[in-house]
Design a protein around this ligand. Structure first.
Ligand code: NI
Length: 393
């Protein structure tokens, strides 16, 4: 590239200007967290910044979130970048000068960083659209924390012709700006279950008059853990957690019902089916053995996130080319609704180091703002580099 000194100086000044812009935007988003489907001020702020950079915003049917588009001047594919924008119902406990101004709400999952890096990426792509192959849609997605925001986006038509999708997440296990990548499964399928044991209520002193659902629930809880130990292939990561148990209202009455709720996390599709089947069998047959009945409700969430090997490779190469620190992405039995997009098209979901500190969803979680511009540059590079690569192949 034949830049002269004046060009280089201008590029450096643009870079500094964008960095300042991103840091200010990030602080604003951090100070103004909004929960799922309530992200109206967040959306307005994103719109305001993008409009200032003359970035096109697509008409779109949802009330919160938005979709920006950058139309490259070279032929190429349609790609998307997903940035989730919602915060969590957590009371912030950091000492940051820009800490949350909303009681009981906090950007504790780093989605404020996702928004900001997404904006930065949009600005960089817009500046480089003469060299950009194809089109990039930047999806500022609402309600990731409900696991359903991605489905809402998919119900609109903005994803219909998208061929590849990129996603990323804040990573407080790595130094700021580290790119963590791996091929294959990176987050788990997230399913939820509710089991209701129906017995017959009676006096606490006369259990023989009824059917006590409490020991049935206890037996079911114990037996459910044998699914992971005895039924699932020992080389497949998975887990089952019973997270809520409730029965009865007082000390001297045997209740008629006991309810248990929890979650199943799996990586392999076959295990998802296996868990559902075994969970129903165990609950129903165990209840029957005690003379009670069980009702099982299985509520499927997003599938496992899978990193397309070709995209993950390209991503790793680009990170190295840019001289960024790279790491192997830890896979996790946490989930991300990003996986819903991947039911339709190949995708890649990387983690970007936000500085080692408290884990996500912790009231002390904090992002080092130094990573914002490198993150935006890296995402821009992925989208540009991959489009060019597809085009040249
Ligand atoms: Ni998150």
């Amino acid at each position: 590239m034949g830049h002269n000194r004046a060009d280089e100086k201008r590029i450096e000044m643009d870079r500094k200007g964008l960095e300042k812009e991103l840091k200010e935007a990030f602080c604003w988003f951090h100070e103004h967290p909004e929960l799922a489907y309530e992200e109206t001020r967040t959306t307005a702020k994103i719109r305001e910044i993008l409009t200032r950079y003359e970035i096109e915003i697509l008409p779109y049917a949802l009330e919160t979130g938005l979709v920006a588009v950058i139309r490259g001047e070279q032929a190429g594919p349609v790609q998307a970048l997903r940035c989730d924008i919602d915060a969590l119902p957590i009371e912030e406990e950091t000492e940051l000068s820009y800490c949350s101004r909303e009681p009981g709400k906090m950007h504790a999952c780093g989605h404020d960083m996702h928004i900001t890096a997404g904006i930065g990426c949009a600005v960089l792509l817009q500046e480089n659209r003469s060299r950009l192959h194809g089109t990039v849609r930047i999806i500022f997605q609402p309600a990731e924390e409900t696991s359903l925001g991605a489905l809402k986006i998919l119900e609109t038509n903005v994803m219909d012709d998208v061929e590849r999708i990129w996603g990323f997440h804040a990573d407080p296990t790595n130094p700021a700006g580290t790119i963590a990548i791996r091929e294959g499964y990176v987050t788990a399928a997230v399913d939820r279950f509710v089991i209701t044991i129906k017995g017959i209520g009676c006096h606490g002193a006369h259990p023989d008059d009824g059917i006590d659902p409490v020991p049935v629930a206890a037996a079911v809880i114990q037996a459910l853990q044998t699914i992971v130990g005895r039924n699932v292939n020992a080389f497949h990561p998975s887990l089952l957690s019973v997270t809520r148990v409730s029965a009865g209202t007082t000390w001297n009455v045997i209740p008629a019902e006991a309810v248990m709720e929890g979650t199943v996390r799996t990586m392999e599709r076959e295990d998802r089916t296996l868990y559902e089947k075994r969970l129903c069998e165990i609950a129903k047959n165990m209840a029957q053995a005690y003379g009670a009945e069980a009702e099982v409700e299985w509520i499927p969430g997003p599938p496992a996130t899978y990193n397309d090997p070709e995209m993950a490779d390209a991503c790793a190469e680009l990170a190295e080319e840019m001289g960024l620190r790279t790491a192997v992405e830890e896979s996790s039995l946490g989930g991300d609704d990003f996986a819903f997009y991947e039911e339709k098209i190949p995708g890649c979901y990387v983690k970007i180091g936000t500085g080692i500190g408290h884990p996500i969803h912790h009231p002390g979680f904090a992002v080092e703002p130094e990573m914002l511009l490198p993150a935006a540059e890296f995402l821009g590079k992925c989208l540009m580099g991959y489009a060019e690569w597809i085009f040249n192949r």
